[in-house]
Ligand binder design. Structure first.
Ligand SMILES: [Zn+2]
Length: 78
């Protein structure tokens, strides 16, 4: 786990998904709340809360009320 915060939702629990075959080159991290993933070598606009575009930030309330897309249709009946 890392001590950094999610660029998208500011959650503080970040998991390590993958690490570079040569240790220390890059890591792929994932937010445990919104599931946003990023590689540590991506630009600040993808890896830093301070630089992440405001348009795409999310709050805990927005995550909780987000619709499931695409919706699952009702089962067909014969
Ligand atoms: Zn997040």
């Amino acid at each position: 786990m890392s001590t950094q915060h999610c660029p998208r939702c500011a959650h503080g629990t970040i998991g390590l998904l993958f690490a570079s075959p040569d240790p220390g080159i890059w890591e792929v991290l994932r937010c445990e709340r919104c599931l946003y993933c990023w590689r540590t070598t991506e630009p600040d606009r993808r890896t830093s809360r301070d630089h992440y575009p405001d348009t795409f930030t999310m709050t805990a309330e927005e995550i909780g009320s987000a619709p499931h897309v695409p919706p699952i249709p009702p089962l067909r009946t014969r």
